[in-house]
Write a protein that binds this ligand. Structure first.
Ligand code: PLP
Length: 395
């Protein structure tokens, strides 16, 4: 029998997976080209060619025993140094290898940092709608996720509610910029406002409150939008980065944490994060992929392909009368459900072979998420089906 704590988790973790299964079922009946599956955030743009080139070069030239062996739990020192230098060049920061901990993707990094900082019943604040896995990552360490309700006009933080929710138990605030599921990018003004509130509350409460920046979509932005680098605005910041989306490597499980020297008890934090990596069972991030990303620090996926999809989907759906938030980053489109119940709307869409995820799974009821990391043809071919759906919804 599985653990009691897992019973609820298994039951609640299935919405996106169910969609995936549904997609497979529909594809068998109607053919894959006639199913418009916008449910999964799995990049469809290939990894840049530098990645395969780097893999070949590394396996051909590096000492095989060293390459496939254990290393420091934080990762190879030369890799961490290369990442630190690249960040310094791009964001005018002052990191070195000691500030970087290589992780098993963003998910591994977030679990590592929550293990490092959370005591039982500590609170972590996030802003709805949010990546649903945060709930699990926080509860893994017996913390409690506290959600600031969404501002449905801008999908930017409600500052008053945020400030009111910070209390003595608040240990961290996690933000995701660019955002999954809304595609919104928080501006420098928004970040400064968050930082000011946290600074004020730290002083008032006499506690340490960490700002965790979850940024796997940092490189996926459109129309020249810039994503502020958070360590510049607030000392107690930890950055969680991942190459899953920026290099289209989600299956390779590689990313890193940045723990700046300005953070409270920086040296203890660095050591603890390294130990957490080990004792959570990751031991270290995948060795080959560490070497690969170090060789691909300036490589980029074809963001233009996502941009083309973004424009086609946003313009196509708004023309049909659907209300959408114009995405500025990531590869998700956030659309208002024309009926109150977003699950009902997703079920209606399924009848037109369109798969989307109900906003409720992101703490954003009344909306749905469409992942447009699909082929351009899928988007173009889906629009007549969305037109039928719009008609059925009375738009
Ligand atoms: N954070 C956000 C906001 C995500 O959207 C995802 C994946 O979709 C993750 C973290 C996990 O990313 P990774 O595959 O790097 O673990």
């Amino acid at each position: 029998m599985i653990a009691d704590s897992m019973v609820g988790l298994v039951k609640n973790s299935s919405v996106i997976r169910e969609m995936f299964e549904e997609g497979n079922r529909l594809a068998k009946i109607y053919g894959a080209e006639n199913v418009y599956d916008f449910s999964l955030g799995n990049p469809n743009v290939p990894a840049p060619e530098e990645v395969n080139k780097a893999i070949k070069e590394i396996v051909d030239t590096e000492d095989s025993v060293l390459l496939h062996g254990y290393m420091s739990n934080s990762g190879y020192e030369d890799v961490r140094n290369a990442i630190a230098r690249s960040l310094n060049k791009r964001f005018d920061t002052h990191f070195n290898e000691s500030n970087i901990v290589m992780t098993v993707g963003a998910a591994g990094g977030l679990n590592t940092i929550f293990k490092t900082i959370l005591n039982p019943s500590d609170e972590v604040i996030t802003f709805a709608p949010f990546f649903g896995e945060y709930r699990n990552y926080v509860s893994n360490y017996n913390g409690k996720l506290v959600v600031v309700s969404p501002d449905v006009t801008s999908f930017r933080p409600k500052f008053d509610e945020f400030e009111a929710k910070i209390n003595k138990k608040t240990r961290a605030v996690i933000i995701n910029n660019p955002n999954n599921p809304t595609g919104v990018v928080y501006s420098e003004d928004t970040i400064k406002k968050i930082a000011d509130i946290m600074e004020k509350k730290q002083k008032e409460l006499g506690t340490e409150i960490f700002l965790i920046s979850d940024e796997p979509y940092r490189e996926l932005v459109y129309d020249g939008v810039s994503v502020p680098y958070l360590t510049k605005y607030y000392d107690n910041t930890i950055v969680g980065y991942s190459y899953s989306k920026s290099l289209s490597l989600p299956g390779e499980r590689i990313g890193y944490l940045v723990i700046p020297d300005e953070i409270s008890d920086a040296e203890d934090m660095k050591v603890a994060a390294s130990v957490a990596t080990r004792i959570l069972g990751f031991v270290n991030a995948p060795s080959l992929q560490q070497k690969v990303v170090a060789k691909c620090l300036d490589a980029k996926v074809n963001v233009e392909a996502y941009d083309k999809n973004r424009k086609a989907l946003y313009e196509g759906l708004t023309k049909l009368g659907f209300e959408c938030v114009k995405p500025e980053g990531a590869f998700y489109l956030w659309m208002k459900s024309p009926v109150e119940n977003d699950t009902e709307f997703c079920n209606a869409a399924k009848k037109h072979n369109i798969l989307m995820v109900p906003g409720s799974s992101f703490g954003g009821p009344g909306y749905v998420r469409l992942a447009y990391c699909v082929s351009y043809e899928t988007i173009v071919n889906s629009l007549p089906h969305f037109a039928e759906l719009a008609k059925e919804m009375g738009l």
